[in-house]
Structures are given as structure tokens and as C-alpha cells.
Design a protein around this ligand. Structure first.
Ligand SMILES: [Zn+2]
Ligand SMILES: [Zn+2]
Length: 139
């Protein structure tokens, strides 16, 4: 288990995430919500237990943006109200797990891609870099 630090663009909020060795990797998500929220072709994520992330700076200032996910259940996005960086997400269907944005962690540049989800929404010109699931892997 290694502790990684993450922060938003403006530095008003910061957090620590404890990752097991096999969690120190990126899961690429190509879904349309990720495209909108990130303004990019895909996002980089890892699913971790809620208690493995600790907001160390500006916890009180993190805002919650809520939307309905594919499942019809709510997705809560926690973001910095000043620069709008999304620190992590919580899908109500996921119980006590949260989705961490791995690209916001220091040293995430050394992480390898572990899987790709929502491959059905991947842009045609993007090359496959890891095992791809059409939507989500069977759980
Ligand atoms: Zn910020
Ligand atoms: Zn997504």
C-alpha cells in the first residue's frame, strides 16, 4: 500500500489516496459523461474504497455536482469550486467505493493503463492500450 497525494489545479484542495500495488494504474473511461466533464476524449480513474481517500486540504469547500448515471442512479462528483477540478466521484450503485481521478495524483505519470471501459464510445482514432470492455467489466 502506497500513499499518493493529489490536488486540484488551483491548489485550494488536496487529498491523499492509499493504493494497493494493482491499483496504481489507470482505468480509461470513454463514456460521454467523462468527455463532457473533462473536455477530453477519456478520463483516467481507479475504483478504491471510500476510506482510502482522505481530503487533506479544503475538504469543507469541495462542492457536489449530482447527475443521473447510465444505471439511473445518482452519481456525485466532488470538485473544487474555485478551479472546477473533479477530485473524485461516488456512484450510488457502488456503495462504499469511489472513483478516483488518477491523473490528478503526483507520480501518476508512471502508472500503466490497466483497462478501458465504455469502449463503445471510444473515438475511432484512439488506439486500444489495455483490455477494453464495451461498457463495464462484469462484476
Ligand atoms: Zn482548485
Ligand atoms: Zn466515464
Amino acid at each position: 500500500m502506497t500513499t499518493y497525494t493529489g490536488s486540484c489545479h488551483c491548489g485550494q484542495t488536496a487529498w491523499e489516496a492509499k493504493l494497493e500495488k494493482d491499483q496504481a494504474s489507470h482505468v480509461l473511461c470513454h463514456c460521454d459523461a467523462c468527455k463532457k466533464l473533462s473536455g477530453s476524449a477519456f478520463t483516467l480513474n481507479q475504483i478504491i474504497p471510500k476510506d482510502a481517500i482522505k481530503v487533506t486540504k479544503g475538504a469543507d469547500s469541495l462542492k457536489n455536482y449530482k447527475y443521473k448515471g447510465d444505471s439511473g442512479n445518482s452519481v456525485n462528483c466532488y470538485y473544487c469550486p474555485n478551479c472546477t477540478t473533479h477530485a473524485y466521484h461516488h456512484q450510488e450503485v457502488m456503495g462504499d467505493k469511489v472513483i478516483l481521478r488518477t491523473a490528478l495524483l503526483e507520480k501518476a505519470g508512471s502508472f500503466e493503463p490497466a483497462a478501458e471501459v465504455y469502449g463503445k464510445d471510444r473515438y475511432k482514432w484512439e488506439k486500444e492500450v489495455a483490455t477494453t470492455f464495451n461498457v463495464m467489466p462484469p462484476s
